[in-house]
Design a protein around this ligand. Sequence first.
Ligand code: NAD
Ligand code: DAU
Length: 339
Amino acid sequence: MTILVTGGAGFIGSNFVYYQLAKHPEDRVVCLDKLTYAGNLESLAQAMENPSFRFVRADITDREAVEKLFEEEKPDIVVNFAAESHVDRSVEDPGIFIRTNILGTQTMMDASRKYGVKRYHQVSTDEVYGDLPLDRPDLFFTEETHIHTSSPYSASKAGADLLVLAYARTYGLPVSITRCSNNYGPYHFPEKLIPLMITRALADESLPVYGNGENVRDWLYVEDHCAAIDLVMRKGREGEVYNVGGHNERTNLEVVKTVLRELGKPESLITYVRDRPGHDRRYAIDPTKIHNELGWLPQTSFDEGIRRTVKWYLDNREWWEHILAGEYQNYYEHMYGNR
Ligand code: NAD
Ligand code: DAU
């Protein structure tokens, strides 16, 4: 089979490319990525040496380029990771989120209809459900939870999800959707909480915690997410949504302190800064459906995952130092300069 992976030069996409090449060596993997600030070809360096892998630089909203690629590759499965993914950037500039996340999804699905695919899989997020109160630990997001978004990012992802379900019902496109909680692991761009804290702590720089640090996220090691997507796109029921998460809730402060402990750095680096506007309080996934139907369970505990992640950032300094030397520095000044 040929698997077309969009956004494969990003964090989860690159991990997924490696997961596919290792788990299904009989399949061909084609990556389509625009290489925005978040896309990094260095993340795919090893994949580039594999004859079963092809990289194509293109924008998922570019209909002509997308159709040309479908014409050439006739993909059996399309997995759409490509997106603008950072909530804080969506607060600053929503336009590109609407364009890539919604119109890009439409373009990929139109091509999937035109050329015919066995499965169009949309990589979505638990953020489409909004947030849960901090004082109701008994509540979780199920696939039946109403869509109720907080940020332009999550609204754009929810818009895309609705469009995917509409294409299934209206045109019979064979779709599936996964909605996963917060990922962490190798190749995570250092604008997101965990890699930002690791890279700044290594430089003995202050660690900006939003508000009081009590917001809760449900963390999943990225390889476990890749395994879930692989299962759903191959064996999941058509037209269905599957939540993905491992019951691993932590406050942001707990996460930052864990990273500091792992690095042997002092908690005095923590600095409280102005809260994110509309900041979601708590995410918590109920993964019963994917467990019952497909037997998926996370394999990596948080302690083990954080150990592996910190080791990866220590062993791969070049990867993130190249990023920090580039556009990212301007970004940091812009976002945190007056915070
Ligand atoms: P990322 O920002 O690290 O990577 C996004 C990738 O998409 C980059 O390689 C970028 O170049 C590419 N891209 C962006 N716009 C494009 C366009 N117009 N055309 C082609 N390529 C484009 O994102 P990520 O964290 O790896 O997230 C991947 C997907 O998973 C996203 O759809 C996101 O919503 C979803 N998701 C992420 C998480 C998480 O914790 N990171 C959790 C659940 C779901
Ligand atoms: O839940 C899935 C989502 O997880 C994905 O859909 C998004 O693409 C992904 O970016 C992530 O969204 P979050 O907003 O939860 O991730 P982020 O790493 O930006 O922030 C995690 C928490 O840490 C959040 O409560 C905000 C807080 N935070 C973040 C940064 C960058 C800080 O306190 N300080 C920071 O500097």
